[in-house]
Ligand binder design. Sequence first.
Ligand code: G3H
Ligand code: 13P
Ligand code: NA
Ligand code: ZN
Length: 328
Amino acid sequence: ARITLRQLLDDAAEHGYGVPAFNINNMEQVLAIMNAAAAVDAPVILQASRGARSYAGDIMLTKMVEAAEAMYPQIPICLHQDHGNDETTCLSAIQIGFTSVMMDGSLKADMKTPADYDYNLDITRRVTEMAHRVGVSVEGELGVLGSLETGEGEAEDGHGAEGKLSHDQLLTDPDSAVAFVRDTGVDALAIAMGTSHGAYKFSRKPDGDILAMHVIRAINERMPGLHMVMHGSSSVPQDLQEAFNAAGGEMPQTWGVPIEEIQTGIKYGVRKVNIDTDCRLAMAAQFRRVATEKRAEFDPRKFLQPAMAALEALCRERFEAFGTAGHA
Ligand code: G3H
Ligand code: 13P
Ligand code: NA
Ligand code: ZN
């Protein structure tokens, strides 16, 4: 059954759990995530980027989610537009059945000037008015994702912003967050607290200086009912890096967001936890392993089946770690 982000995160807040939001692009990812959810009785957020929509095509993407609903009628599914960049993307997502959209005003405006804030505020408010009229939820974003280690805002494209931003400019300002939520009416707010997208987040295990958990606590103090969203929340586990590299991959040593930091965030109001990189790595390590171990193999299913099993195991771990399990 389809559920809005608001309905799901309200339940998560009431019961004190978080919900991983996994990115989907193809049938194998949908099946693996749904199998994991069914195994532990967890509600799911399936999120599709603009890239996912053009990769699969809107019809294929939405029909896959319809198929998942038919196959797993007991599992609530929120279909969410990840990083919507403008009103057209959000509106078209709503038209094809998404129950939630992210209006990411920080994609265009990097929040360095008051004009950037006003742009983000205006467009997010317009999208929220439109979405709420038809019962769809909205996630906004305030702040700039990027590593506090390097001081680079990534302008959300993973390639780094032009200028260097200071720590304070990258992080979400708690007072502005409260005003932004009040003035836009968003159902959930993505915050910048030191994470970035992709595999290369930190060059050592992040501590309190690098991950700004104090931002989460400060926002939670000011607005206890607010549903916060953590982007860039892959943990990039060492065992997945090793599996990838053992099969001929070349991933330089890197660190992601430790599970225990996400669990702390959930204690202080983080309700949606975005994970894509870990899913990619889990699958790709299996592609490499099969390619190396079975050099005569050319049946795509022999690559995809172990990749699905690895993704399913990863999703299950996250459902259990975030307390989502048992709440379908
Ligand atoms: O935040 C980005 C997600 O990992 C989706 O990535 O735009 O390559 O589909 P994508
Ligand atoms: P990761 O790259 O850490 O998986 O983050 C994904 C994300 O934030 C999607 O919006
Ligand atoms: Na999103
Ligand atoms: Zn993101």
